[in-house]
Design a protein around this ligand. Structure first.
Ligand code: ACO
Length: 320
């Protein structure tokens, strides 16, 4: 039997730090409000970097960690909602930038669940024997989507990229992935593409990110634990069998509530939202890279779980 195993990780965060205090120059807010509601202290903003450049840098770091050359890759998948391009895919730009000349390339749009969706797809390619080596990247430049006059959203998000290399292995890796969506609730969190006016119609005015924060909060604290319970159940396992939980970093209070619902020690749940804010598809691979480099994942059983626009949600059980 062939397994799909994570063999290396990487991340890229831009240098420009935007603290909660500095944000108060743009909108009526405070460090106290943001930190007590979300756990965020600061976020990184990509000033000069494009999304594909951040993705390529994280990807190269992951390849180096795995000891895999770009030319060996069969597949490059990028999860993002903030590409500068409708076409081509960011994955194609990354392929060109790093020299992964033989790789098939495509992007995944599943918002903050995008990395877990991409893990599911890439694992299937590897387990089927079709491909041996894949690069998965979660990248976002959300600073170019948010309305910098809307204090309800602009304080939440940040920019960055995380990546993993997935390889065929004889020992277990990605054990199972569960991906779900509730499309009828799509309008809870929306960001429209800005198109040109045509001779026939004018584009709609509003294109910045709009979110009903309370709805997202309620959705996340209900559906993510359900998804994790279902994933564990169908693998004859229980939440207590998991050593490390790497959940999407949208709000520290959401993570605490999920830990409580699953009756798990909050210490098992990695949190870095204080440093980076919500980087959507990038939060999980960025966190995995921090954990990987600290040695905290070695030999461990982990659950990663995302939730976001779609509404989408997803969880994966991974043996490191
Ligand atoms: N600073 C100061 N005050 C603010 C701010 C701010 N940045 N933002 C809102 N407020 C005010 C509001 O105007 C409101 O004032 P009012 O009572 O005078 O009307 C008050 O604070 C409460 O606002 P709420 O929106 O009700 O605040 P809430 O406690 O619900 O917290 C939050 C908002 C943090 C967004 C919360 O709902 C949340 O985290 N939701 C989940 C959001 C999320 O996870 N999004 C991302 C998931 S998807 C993805 O990652 C792409």
């Amino acid at each position: 039997m062939t397994f799909a195993k994570i063999t290396g990780t990487g991340r890229y965060l831009p240098d420009t730090v935007l603290t909660n205090e500095a944000l108060a120059a743009y909108v009526d807010t405070s460090d106290e409000w943001i930190h007590s509601r979300t756990g965020i202290r600061q976020r990184m903003i990509a000033v000069d970097e494009k999304t594909y450049q951040m993705a390529a840098k994280a990807g190269l770091q992951a390849l180096e960690a795995a000891g895999v050359g770009p030319e060996e890759l069969d597949l490059v998948v990028v999860a993002t909602v903030s590409s500068e391009y409708s076409m081509p895919s960011i994955a194609c730009l990354v392929q060109g930038e790093i020299g992964a000349d033989k790789a098939m390339c495509f992007d995944i749009n599943a918002a903050c669940s995008g990395f877990v969706y991409s893990l599911d797809i890439a694992a299937q390619y590897i387990q089927s024997g079709k491909y041996q080596k894949a690069l998965l990247v979660g990248v976002e430049k959300l600073s170019q989507l948010v309305d910098w006059e809307d204090r309800g959203t602009c304080v939440l998000f940040g920019d960055g990229a995380g990546a993993v290399v997935l390889e065929a292995s004889e020992t277990p890796g990605v054990q199972d992935v569960l991906c779900k969506a509730i499309g009828k609730d799509y309008d809870v969190l929306v960001s429209k593409i800005r198109h040109n006016d045509t001779p026939f119609y004018r584009q709609e005015e509003e294109h910045t990110l709009r979110m009903d924060g309370r709805e997202v909060f309620q959705f996340a604290v209900k559906k993510v634990p359900e998804c994790i319970e279902e994933l564990m159940g169908r693998n004859q396992a229980a939440p207590e069998d998991v050593d490390v939980y790497m959940l999407h970093q949208a709000n520290e209070r959401i993570i605490s509530k999920i830990a409580k619902t699953l009756r798990q020690d909050p210490e098992k749940f990695y949190v870095n939202i204080d440093k980076y804010g919500n980087t959507s598809a990038a939060t999980i691979p960025i966190g995995l890279d921090e954990l990987w480099r600290s040695g905290a994942l070695e030999g461990k059983k982990a659950v990663v779980a995302g939730f976001g626009a779609g509404l989408t949600y997803a969880a994966a059980l991974i043996q490191f």
